[in-house]
Write a protein that binds this ligand. Structure first.
Ligand SMILES: Cc1ncc(COP(=O)(O)O)c(C=O)c1O
Length: 351
């Protein structure tokens, strides 16, 4: 019985050749391939600029820093910890917002209750590959003059009302970690239509250097290498096909699983970074899946607000409930019909 992993990076001869070409060129650090990935990723998202960096976490920190966020940021707690630690890293304050229990994304009604004069930005997290309700997020942001920083780490190619994730706010932050819908090994990207912000991001990721050995502002080395970018250029070509395969797998699971399918808002194009369902007796399901060699994920068992490193006293009932009930099943393009059948059989064997 072959194991079915919960995620699997799919790289082939194209990525191998692209990396070999970079190695042969001797130009390993940020250069031609990084510029190419930036240009093509910006085009893919429908934005003017894309600025590459070392990780999704670095992308969030760069965006927050270059937007000069120092006050509070509205953010869901039901997310990967980096959404929150990036806010803490720039000495701003996360204000935790509960989630819409159907989409697992930020509940804008709850966000409204948490507004204060100190709030400067809102960070919708497009969790599992579905955009947050960006009509509501944008209305709230507009009324209250908040920056929108999209955490699109799980949402390459996702759309809201026909607009791509990364083009729905002031800055969009992506991760290219190997579990993501496309990978560069490690890597990240900030997308924006704001020329001045793009210029600041480029300076910030390169030691705050505006011209050779001129440092008017602080910065770090957060540059992507040509080796990583070369992988990304090939992965980006495959991304539409990867996302279609995820959607097809999700459709199969939707029609065959006994448990309720993930809710998809009619304005959203879901790219199924994760296929996540809710169950009551989660342990029984994880036991059954494990016994059948099927990988699964619990994203996330604990809200960020309850992590010892964060220790907030926020009260977020839908977040806590989701933490207890969610389970993600393999949906990546490496899962074929036989694997899907096994997943369905194992899941449906429980009452
Ligand atoms: C929602 C979310 N935000 C941020 C990140 C951070 O990305 P990275 O791991 O590339 O730093 C991730 C990655 O898992 C994520 O899922």
């Amino acid at each position: 019985m072959n194991a079915i992993p919960i995620s699997k990076p799919l790289t082939g001869k194209e990525e191998k050749r692209a990396v070999a070409d970079v190695l042969a060129s001797g130009m390993l650090a940020q250069g031609e391939q990084v510029a190419q990935l930036e240009e093509e990723f910006a085009k893919f998202c429908g934005v003017k600029h894309a600025v590459a960096c070392t990780s999704g976490t670095a992308a969030l920190v760069m965006a927050l820093n270059c937007l000069n966020i120092k006050g509070s940021v509205l953010v869901p707690s039901f997310t990967f910890i980096a959404s929150v630690t990036s806010i803490l890293a720039v000495n701003a304050k996360p204000v935790f917002v509960d989630i819409d229990p159907r989409t697992y994304c930020i509940d804008v009604e709850d966000a409204k209750k948490k507004l204060s004069p100190d709030v400067e930005a809102i960070m919708p997290v497009h969790l599992y590959g579905q955009c947050a309700n960006m009509d509501e997020v944008r209305e709230l942001a507009q009324k209250n003059e908040l920056y929108i920083i999209e955490d699109a780490a799980q949402a390459h190619g996702a759309e809201w009302g026909g607009t791509k994730a990364g083009a729905l706010g002031d800055a969009g932050c992506f991760s290219f970690y190997p579990t993501k819908n496309m990978t560069t090994g490690e890597g990240g990207m900030v997308t924006t239509n704001n020329d001045a912000l793009a210029a600041r991001l480029r300076v910030f990721r390169n030691h705050g250097q505006s011209s050779r050995y001129v440092h008017n502002s602080l910065g770090y080395n957060i540059r992507m290498t040509n080796i990583h970018a070369a992988i990304g250029v090939e992965q980006l070509k495959k991304l539409p096909k990867f996302n279609r395969a995820r959607q097809k797998n999700a459709e199969y699971l939707d029609t065959h699983l006994d448990v309720d399918s993930p809710y998809v808002h009619h304005k959203a194009k879901h790219v199924y970074h994760q296929y996540t369902v809710r169950v009551q007796d989660r342990e029984a399901y994880t036991r059954e899946l494990a016994a059948n060699g099927i990988g699964y994920g619990i994203y996330y068992p604990v809200g960020a607000h309850r992590q010892p490193a964060v220790a907030s006293e926020a009260i977020l009932p839908e977040t806590d409930k989701a933490c207890d009930e969610v389970i993600s099943l393999p949906v990546h393009p490496g899962v074929k019909k036989e694997g899907l059948k096994r997943i369905v059989e194992a899941m449906n064997s429980l009452p």
